[in-house]
Design a binder for this molecule. Structure first.
Ligand code: NAD
Length: 290
């Protein structure tokens, strides 16, 4: 099956007219909002009524943000194009389902099976930030691609399109069109550990942490080197505080196991995580937020 045979009808901005999103958490709600903003009808499925209601609240919050920034319509009008459900059967017949459940291969494989059962021809797009898309694609017969959105989705302009060996070639161009239709910029990346963004972002952060460890300069001065000298919008250590040292430690360990020792987390990073210095969310990281 090629994707062009199944390429769905699109809205005026070029996204499928009907889209499913599995998992209405931080990312799934943002992704649902983006497709609503592009004119699609969106079906969001989450595990139970409480989770579905939380997803609805998140999406309403994002819609209100869009309206404040000048988007057309009312919250009610946007919500007319949103359906919420607790069973993946609600995806029946949809041409595209974006999976945004928590980062576990087992959970995502189970989710893929549910999507495939409801819609055997649907393109399944995974929002995984680190798992091999090829491993997920191998669990179903549907065409599979990675669409890696960034947090917060409404404000972020980037989507990494992650191409597995089994991803149909023409799906890559179709996906580029969808991302452009969402008003975002696609970059196309091979299904390799850390894709493009995490691999490079974490590499720079790890070197910055080693420099603090070696006493080369203070965290503030290292960040200023990159912000003022290299025009980074935020320094690598402040960004590590924002993302969470524990999150970046996990990614580093995964990248070290797949790409080699240059991703081995510095001892300082391990020590800070062990002390609970996780960054902004814990009140202390490379900077003090108390
Ligand atoms: P989250 O915990 O905020 O949301 C996950 C949602 O999935 C929850 O609403 C949960 O109830 C739901 N869920 C759990 N099991 C489910 C199931 N079996 N069926 C349906 N729904 C289920 O997580 P998140 O931060 O939105 O992350 C989701 C995915 O996006 C992960 O793969 C993550 O790695 C990736 N991602 C996250 C970020 C980020 O900054 N948070 C950025 C890029 C990508």
């Amino acid at each position: 099956m090629t994707v062009s045979q199944t390429a769905p009808e699109t809205t005026a901005t070029g996204v499928p007219t009907t889209v499913g999103v599995l998992g209405g958490g931080r990312m799934g709600a943002g992704i649902a909002h983006s497709f609503l903003a592009a004119g699609a009808h969106v079906t969001v499925v989450d595990i139970n009524d409480v989770a579905v209601e939380a997803a609805r609240e998140r999406i309403i919050h994002d819609i209100e943000g869009s309206l404040k920034r000048g988007a057309d319509g009312t919250v009610g009008e946007w919500l007319d194009r949103l359906s919420l459900a607790t069973d993946a059967a609600a995806f029946t017949g949809l041409p595209l389902v974006v999976e945004a459940v928590p980062e576990s291969l087992e959970l995502k494989a189970d989710s893929f099976a549910q999507i495939a059962a409801a819609s055997p021809d649907a393109v399944i797009a995974t929002n995984t930030s680190s798992l091999p898309v090829s491993d997920l694609a191998a669990t179903v017969d549907n065409p599979v691609i990675g669409l890696h959105f960034f947090n917060p989705v409404p404000a972020s302009k980037l989507v990494e399109i992650v191409v597995a060996d089994s991803t149909p070639e023409d799906l890559v161009d179709v996906a580029r069109g969808w991302v452009a239709g969402l008003g975002k910029t696609p970059i196309v990346v091979k299904d390799a550990p850390g894709f493009a963004s995490s691999r490079l972002g974490v590499a720079i952060a790890l070197e910055a942490i080693r420099m603090v460890e070696d006493g080369v300069a203070s965290a503030e001065d290292i960040d200023n080197a990159m912000v003022l000298g290299y025009k980074f919008p935020v320094g690598p250590l402040k960004l590590t505080d924002i993302v969470g040292l524990d999150v970046r430690l996990g990614i580093s360990e995964y990248l070290a196991s797949t790409l080699g020792d240059h991703f081995t987390p510095p001892q300082l990073m391990r020590d800070m995580v062990a002390r609970g210095e996780l960054g902004r969310k814990s009140g202390k990281g490379f900077y003090d937020y108390s």
